[in-house]
Ligand binder design. Sequence first.
Ligand code: ADP
Ligand code: MG
Length: 698
Amino acid sequence: MNILDQDIMYLSGVGPKRKEILSKELGINSYRDLIEYYPYKYVDRTKIYLISELVPDMPFVQIKGRILSFEEFEMGKRKKRIVAHFSDGHGVCDLVWFNGTQFIYKNYFIDKEYIVFGKPTVFNGRFQFTHPDIDDATEVQLNDMGMQPFYSTTEKMKKAGMTSRAIEKLTKTLISKIPATLPETLPDFITQPLHLISRDEAMRKIHYPKSVEDTQRAQFRLKFEELFYVQLNILRYASDHRRKYRGYNFKTVGAQFNWFYAHNLPFALTGAQKRVVKEIRKDMGSGQQMNRLLQGDVGSGKTLVALMSMLIAIDNGFQACLMAPTEILAEQHLQTLKDFLKGMNLKTELLTGIVKGKKRKEVLDGLIDGSINIVVGTHAIIEDKVQFQNLGLAVIDEQHRFGVAQRAKLWSKSENPPHVLVMTATPIPRTLAMTIYGDLDVSVIDELPPGRKPIETIHKYDDQTTSLYTGIRQQIRLGRQVYIVFPLIKESEKIDLKNLEQGYEALKEVFPEFQMSKIHGKMKDKEKEAEMKLFVEGKTQILVATTVIEVGVNVPNASVMVILDAQRFGLSQLHQLRGRVGRGAEQSYCILVTSRKLSKETSKRIDIMCDTNDGFAIAEADLKLRGPGDLEGTQQSGIAFDLKIADIARDGQLVQLARDEAQKIITNDPECNKVEYQMLWDRLKMLRNTNTNWAAIS
Ligand code: ADP
Ligand code: MG
């Protein structure tokens, strides 16, 4: 048996009880699991700082000195703050505890020399260390300590005494127990040119580094390896898929496309739109199935690109469909397409949940007999009952509501899988796109149509309503319309609804001179429709809504977006909402209203929103603030990934490097049968077998 497969219970210091905790809390069951449980940070324990050298905002540091005296402060009932005044001869600072008086007096003594380790903070003008690590100075061999690794643990683990320190001890025991060299998992022709250290060396150094350089080299090697196999998996999947399915070959750009271009196109395409249409044309005429992700900020004109792509399909004798996440959006899309296609002899129909009875049958028949060229709709389109004569292109708007499974369902709608164009206004940073949508090719519209004025974003506190209302009034008097968005928290829809209703009534009193519409998710579609229509037609000036208006709604005359309790929204959601305005020629405004009490992170979000309109910059910031796991779409993408050491947000360059290397392998050995790559394919197979997330896409 490979020693790494050994049950963790048999490692000295573990035993059955700790094994259970390790297994439950961290999923660690074997030696391998433990050795692959990497530290999340290191602290340099080779350097001792003087207290006089401390400055605010330092990371963890250590100092060496003596306790001068203890002092106790009462803090309410049965609670005490214990302070030890500590000096190293160059300055004085405080060590602070909020409980455990007995323990402290029993273990720490005045005038004995200690090494204190912790994060210095400033309190009452003096540096203090709260609940620091304290070691007897005579017992610590400083040079031996090197870099101290820190491991994440859970509350339950801490209660059972399994702190980061305890894990550190276990990994060190384990490392010393593995005498043989751990097998290599990357071939020489990858490790050598990239100067990667061996897997064995990396595994030892990641847990037991002696220097900063050690940690860097070990991390580089292990992060690269992890990202490399993720990319190899995705690219392998995409390549296999391409070889398995042939795509429809749309050779011609014909009458419909050309007529549209010459007569119906109401404005010149932007450079980015032209480029993207070209990319799509090339894809659909390559003989292989297109799987393309079209990213473009809100208002960048994706619908038009979709329409022109659909016209290419029609010119080649095929049908096309456009799917939207909501009924309102589907109907807007239908209207938009119909306007664009005026005077052209094409049949465009709607298929959503509200298309029923005779009309529904008509649409279904029209799709089968091929008389309908374009169908626009919601999920309803991918129901099994819906059959096409020959579906050649499926456009999916706002992909994060349609997972990989739904995409696959589309493929069964025709003999060959149709070309797929996925559009999203939630810009995904490149490195993340390469990972979660790694099987898709990516096109980007990075240019807005000319003449758009950048939206001005303003932060207001909720006690500044007077100036807010004055601003709204001014804009409406200029002939504009206004959105006012209330937040929705899922846990208590009832309360939310009450908030919205009360808010609506209150606003009615504030603005008796204006007409208002109201929409929320709990309304019947018909009512929603009617209210929305009033706003679209300009009969109401204010639309009070929950986030149901988040995606796609297009009312160019609306120039003000007010978001109440903006602190409750994530960055990408705020950006989406803001994208509802700024669609006409007028200067538009987005007003973020928050309470005065904001967490650091919330303030940052609001600042970012006020600073930039650039969706990509916002997506990057979002990724860094929240981490990829929380990003909308990550879970549903079907290519979930649980990285142990790499971080998509921070290791962007490495993602690219890993992808380039993986691509080389796929190109050189498309059939997976070359001897020199066998080790890679074996390892990939092993990873697919042991990791459910990886298997999901293969
Ligand atoms: P999104 O990318 O958010 O889906 P839309 O397709 O809804 O954006 O386009 C936003 C608005 O910009 C629409 O009113 C559309 O007609 C208009 N538009 C699209 N392309 C251009 C262009 N090249 N020049 C001017 N306006 C354009
Ligand atoms: Mg759109």
